[in-house]
Ligand binder design. Structure first.
Ligand SMILES: [Zn+2]
Length: 205
């Protein structure tokens, strides 16, 4: 393994819409699991290749400088520029990060005790089971609380303060991954897929 692992790979969904940019490691993992195929651009044509076909192509087109390649014991496999997902019509899903902002979003900026919606500056995070009593900082034990309810509850369990959660906190479901940073080092073959207006991208399928 070498520097080629820093290569970036554009990912298209089944409708050939650009949905993500991933690293080489993740790209190979998708290929190994047959969750994606390689889109290889050659003379302004796009060919869809299965992973085995891509390995054959890599072997028959060994690059002289060893760039953009994964070296295995016997041969080198090129890092593809573009992948086509086999299963997704929609955007691939991504785990929601455990952050203050995302907890507020999960709870819809609503205090989970008094049920009222507040501006960000009036909201706080509350450990349902207080930390001092072994409560963990997890999706299941942190809720959005207004400042007032937060200080009223203090270091007590909700029922000890005669307060009740409006619903049980849970870990949010995966949500679509749509944001990716293009940066400046765009591969030429990507332009077809990322510079077109959306309606043209749809027609490409
Ligand atoms: Zn409240």
């Amino acid at each position: 393994m070498d520097g080629c692992l820093s290569e970036r790979v554009l990912v298209l969904n089944r409708l050939w819409q650009a949905v993500n940019i991933i690293g080489a490691k993740r790209a190979f993992s998708l290929l190994f699991q047959e969750q994606a195929k390689v889109i290889h651009s050659e003379q302004e044509d796009f060919h869809v290749l299965r992973f085995t076909e891509w390995i054959d192509y890599s072997i028959s087109h060994q690059s002289s400088n060893g760039l953009n390649c994964i070296h295995t014991v016997r041969w080198e496999i090129r890092v593809p520029k573009i992948l086509l997902l086999s299963h997704y019509d929609r955007l691939p899903m991504k785990e929601v990060k455990f952050t203050r902002q995302n907890i507020f979003e999960r709870d819809n900026y609503t205090c989970q005790y008094c049920r009222k919606t507040y501006a960000l500056k009036e909201l706080n995070l509350d450990h349902v089971i207080p930390r001092e009593r072994g409560g963990k900082t997890t999706w299941e034990n942190i809720v959005t609380s207004c400042l007032r309810c937060n200080s009223r509850k203090g270091n007590r369990l909700p029922h000890e303060a005669n307060m009740f959660l409006i619903r049980k906190p849970h870990r949010p479901k995966f949500r679509p991954f749509i944001n990716f940073v293009l940066g400046s080092d765009l591969d030429e073959s990507w332009h077809t897929f990322i510079n077109l207006p959306k309606n043209k991208l749809r027609q490409a399928g």
